[in-house]
Design a protein around this ligand. Structure first.
Ligand code: PEP
Ligand code: MG
Length: 540
């Protein structure tokens, strides 16, 4: 543990720019591990039981809604998992055990609930049968559901016995690992920063943090055990420095650091030679894209709309969001990437099975080919949105020309009866095999976009989320530029535009190389547009 009020500097990996100073909110899947254990006796125990009953009732109600949604959008069989969770919560024996624990331990509701569920979890984990051992994770999930509800009902819940955390509001969230779902589960509008133990620069959570303008530093091993809720921390997302209990002197330097960041992000008009478009993760981001004078949307990661909603979206719901962006962009092209889930982007409502190697598993277009329930409503919503302005459809993780053809025909089947002629269809070049086939693919596709985040991952066999191997995630490697050059050349030969929408495009340092490779369009998070344009304008 870092000594109280003793300035301590640690160096991590900077993943999202900006400077923040605030108190820590410890947050991860184990967030309910350090529960206050003040004694609750007599009438207090009855009150605590009342809280447990209310939380269980609420949890059952929420599971009912989730179940309906999943049954409707995915299938009845998949929704059964939530029926099982409801049955567990309704179990009289379990409820009696919680009540008994409340009395015996004279503890608050959170402590009794955690103790009873953890005992069940342990028993299941020690069994010989694998299917039963797997159920232990269900118990963990139910426990977190109930504890989350209990803490919502009790905003003064003491986290770590020191301070109350309120889901990161006005705090710097310290988490073991940040996942997109976790990031969206928090009140991101009010979070001051993220510090994590694990996670690479191109992990989706880091991309989200940058898009939201939340400073973040990763790669601080063991940080969870070093600080408590309430520790003061200064975070520099530009250099990766994290200072716990910063001195007055360290804090006094913040305005100058902030001014520097601000000066570099003043909006700038388009520059000749490089079109700079915006990467969006929600319809609301269109406002920022306009504020930074984006020349269009080069990548709209539509899956994030689903994560934000916490459920599948219907055709109409998607159409409303897409139309809004197309209208706001007023005639500039908007590139919608079809739902790209799998890898680090999962959520229970997608009903995906757990895989040993999800990055090489059921994801991207491979998954969409098997999931009409996802492809059909989205294709139709896009065809309808195209009535309001230029819409481009981007196919994720395409492996080869045959797969692209198959996706195209599925898209056409899905939109039969709608006028989808105005749509343009392009592919993400992010799997090496597709890059090697760029020529025949671009003879048929209308455009291409190079996703360097995944391309680097698959080209060099280096996990984009793993900071332990980040020394191998090196965009400078000549092989990457050979591949980018080949795809760009294929685009020029076929007369089809090819852009880069991976994170390297947002790094001004790579702009000259991107232009030399023959790429004239990039797409980046809106707030990086000025820096990229400045770098392009500075090039002789
Ligand atoms: C990429 O892989 O470079 C890309 C832009 O897509 P994502 O980061 O969403 O995987
Ligand atoms: Mg990708």
């Amino acid at each position: 543990m870092i000594p109280y009020k003793q300035e301590t500097r640690l160096q991590g990996i900077p993943v999202s720019d900006g400077v923040a100073v605030a108190r820590v909110c410890l947050f991860n899947e184990d967030r309910h591990n350090n529960l206050a254990a003040n004694r609750v006796e007599g009438e207090g125990a009855e009150r605590e039981w009342g809280r447990v009953e209310r939380a269980i009732k609420l949890a059952i109600g929420r599971l009912e809604a989730l179940k309906r949604d999943v049954a409707e959008k995915i299938g009845k069989a998949e929704s059964e998992i939530f029926t099982v969770q409801q049955m567990i919560l309704n179990d009289e024996k379990l409820q009696a055990e919680i009540r008994q624990a409340l009395e015996e331990k004279a503890a608050p509701a959170e402590v009794a609930v955690a103790a009873v569920f953890e005992a069940y979890e342990q028993r299941l984990k020690s069994l010989d049968s694998e299917p039963l051992r797997d159920r232990a994770s269900d118990i963990g999930e139910i426990k977190r559901r109930v504890l989350d509800l209990l803490s919502d009902m009790n905003p003064s819940l003491m986290c770590d016995g020191q301070d109350h955390c309120q889901r990161g509001r006005n705090r710097i969230v310290v988490a073991a690992e940040l996942t997109p779902t976790l990031a969206l589960e928090l009140d991101t509008a009010d979070i001051k920063g993220f510090v994590t133990e694990r996670g690479g620069k191109t992990s989706h959570a880091a991309i989200l943090a940058r898009a939201l303008g939340i400073p973040a530093v990763t790669g601080l091993a063991g940080v969870h055990g070093l600080v408590g809720c309430g520790t003061e921390v200064l975070l520099n997302g530009h250099t990766g420095e994290v200072i716990f209990w910063p001195s007055e002197q360290a804090k006094a330097a913040i305005p100058a650091l902030r001014n520097k960041v601000k000066a570099e992000s003043e909006p700038m008009d388009p520059v000749p030679g490089l079109a700079v478009m915006a990467n969006l993760s929600s319809a609301a981001d269109a406002e920022e894209a306009l504020a930074f004078r984006a020349e269009g949307v080069g990548l709209y990661r539509t899956e994030f709309e689903f994560f934000a909603a916490g459920r599948l979206l219907s055709e109409d719901e998607q159409y409303e969001r897409y139309r809004r962006v197309v209208e706001r962009m007023a005639g500039r092209p908007v590139t919608f990437r079809l739902i790209d889930i799998g890898g680090d982007k999962t959520a229970p409502f997608f009903g995906l099975e757990r895989e040993t190697n999800p990055y090489l598993g059921f994801r991207g277009s491979r998954l969409l080919l098997a999931r009409e329930d996802l492809l059909v409503p989205q294709a139709r919503a896009l065809a309808r949105a195209a009535r309001h302005g230029p819409v481009q459809v981007l196919y994720p993780m395409i492996v080869d020309l045959d797969q692209f053809r198959l996706m195209r025909s599925r898209f056409d089947e899905a939109t039969a009866g709608l006028d989808a002629r105005a749509l343009r269809h392009g592919i993400m070049f992010e799997v090496p095999s597709a890059c090697l086939q760029a020529q025949p693919i671009l003879a048929e596709a209308d455009f291409g976009s190079i996703g360097t985040n995944d391309l680097i991952q698959y080209l060099f066999a280096v996990d984009r989320n793993n900071d332990r191997v980040s020394y191998d995630f090196v965009p400078e490697r000549p092989v990457l530029w050979t591949v980018i050059g080949q795809v760009a050349r294929a685009g020029l030969d076929a007369g089809k535009p090819v852009s880069i929408c991976g994170e390297i495009a947002a790094d001004p340092h790579f702009v000259p190389r991107i232009l030399e490779a023959g790429i004239a369009i990039v797409s980046v998070s809106p707030r990086w547009i000025p820096a990229v344009r400045r770098a392009a304008a500075a090039r002789k």
